[in-house]
Ligand binder design. Structure first.
Ligand code: NAD
Length: 260
C-alpha cells in the first residue's frame, strides 16, 4: 500500500510510463505525471487517475531536454506535497539508423533525454529523500542497457549509461535508506511499437504475426511481448519495504533475452 507516498514518473503521458503511473496510483500513491503530448488527452489521463483511484494526480510539463525545467519538476513536487518518495525515470526516445547516418543532433537528444535527464532528476530528488531518510529511485533502462543491437548506437550507449548511473547512485545512497535500481524491459507493445507492426508487415510482405515472431521478437525467447503488468510487478517490488536490500541492480523483464 503506497497511500500517502508521492511518485514522479517522467514520460508518463504514453506507453510504459502511463501504465506505471496508473499502477502506482492503484496502489494509492499520489502521482506527478510528466511528458509530451496532447493537452486534452493528458488532462483526461490525470482526471482518470484521480477518479478511478482516489489519489491526487498533477501534471508537470518539464521537457527532459531542459535542465531548469527538470529541476522545477522535482522542486515544485517537493514544495507542493512536502515529500517525494518514488522517482521513476522513464522518459525515452529512439532513432534507428546506421552510425554514419545518425545525425549528431539525434545523438545529443537521445543522450539528453534517456541519460542526462536521469542525472538531473536524481540530483534534485536526493536532498528531499535524504531529509526523509527513505526513497526509491527506479530507472527504466532496457535490455539494451546490457546488450546491443545494430543501428541503435545512441540508445544503447544511453541505456548502458543508465545502468552505470544506477550503480553509482546506489553506492552513494546505500546508508541513507534510499535505493536506486533499474528495470530492463525487453520489447513492450507500446503505441509506438504497435504502429510499426502493420507498416513492417506491408513493407516485407509478411503477416503481422510473422513480423512479431521473426523481426521484432527474434531475440526474445518467449516470442511474447513483455506486458505492463509484468513491469509493474518489478516496480512494486523495488518500491516496497521488501526491496530495501535490492540496490544498484537491474531487474531483467525481457523474456530470457539476456540468457542467450
Ligand atoms: P513512448 O514513446 O510510448 O513514451 C515515451 C514517453 O516519454 C512519452 O510520455 C513522451 O512524451 C516522453 N518524452 C519523450 N521525450 C520527452 C521529453 N523531451 N521531455 C519529456 N518527456 C518526453 O515509449 P515507451 O515505449 O513507453 O518507452 C518508455 C521507456 O521505456 C523509455 O525509456 C524506453 O527506452 C523504455 N523501453 C521501452 C521498450 C519498448 O519495447 N517499448 C523496451 C525497453 C525499454
Amino acid at each position: 500500500d503506497l497511500s500517502g507516498q508521492v511518485a514522479v514518473i517522467t514520460g508518463s503521458t504514453s506507453g510504459i510510463g502511463a501504465a506505471l503511473a496508473e499502477g502506482l496510483a492503484k496502489s494509492g500513491a499520489d502521482i506527478v505525471l510528466n511528458g509530451l503530448g496532447d493537452e486534452g488527452e493528458i488532462e483526461a489521463l490525470r482526471k482518470r487517475l484521480e477518479t478511478d483511484h482516489g489519489v491526487t494526480a498533477v501534471y508537470h510539463p518539464a521537457n527532459m531536454l531542459e535542465p531548469a525545467e527538470i529541476e522545477d519538476l522535482v522542486t515544485s513536487t517537493a514544495q507542493r506535497f512536502g515529500r517525494l518518495d518514488i522517482l521513476v525515470n522513464n522518459a525515452g526516445i529512439q532513432h534507428v539508423a546506421r552510425i554514419e547516418d545518425l545525425p549528431a543532433a539525434s545523438w545529443d537528444r537521445i543522450i539528453a533525454v534517456n541519460l542526462t535527464s536521469c542525472f538531473h532528476t536524481i540530483r534534485h530528488a536526493v536532498p528531499v529523500m535524504r531529509r526523509a531518510g527513505r526513497g526509491r529511485i527506479v530507472n527504466i533502462a532496457s535490455a539494451h542497457g546490457h546488450a546491443a543491437s545494430p543501428f541503435k548506437s545512441a540508445y544503447v550507449a544511453a541505456k548502458h549509461g543508465v545502468i552505470g548511473l544506477t550503480k553509482t547512485v546506489a553506492l552513494e545512497l546505500a546508508e541513507a535508506g534510499i535505493t536506486c535500481n533499474a528495470i530492463c524491459p525487453g520489447y513492450v507493445k507500446t503505441p509506438l511499437v504497435e504502429n510499426q507492426i502493420g507498416d513492417t508487415a506491408r513493407a516485407r510482405g509478411i503477416s503481422e504475426e510473422e513480423v512479431v515472431r521473426t523481426v521484432m521478437l527474434a531475440a526474445q525467447p518467449t516470442k511474447k511481448f513483455v506486458t505492463y503488468d509484468e513491469l509493474m510487478g518489478a516496480l512494486l517490488y523495488l518500491v516496497s519495504d521488501q526491496g530495501a536490500s535490492t540496490n544498484g541492480s537491474s531487474i531483467l523483464v525481457e523474456g530470457g533475452w539476456m540468457a542467450q
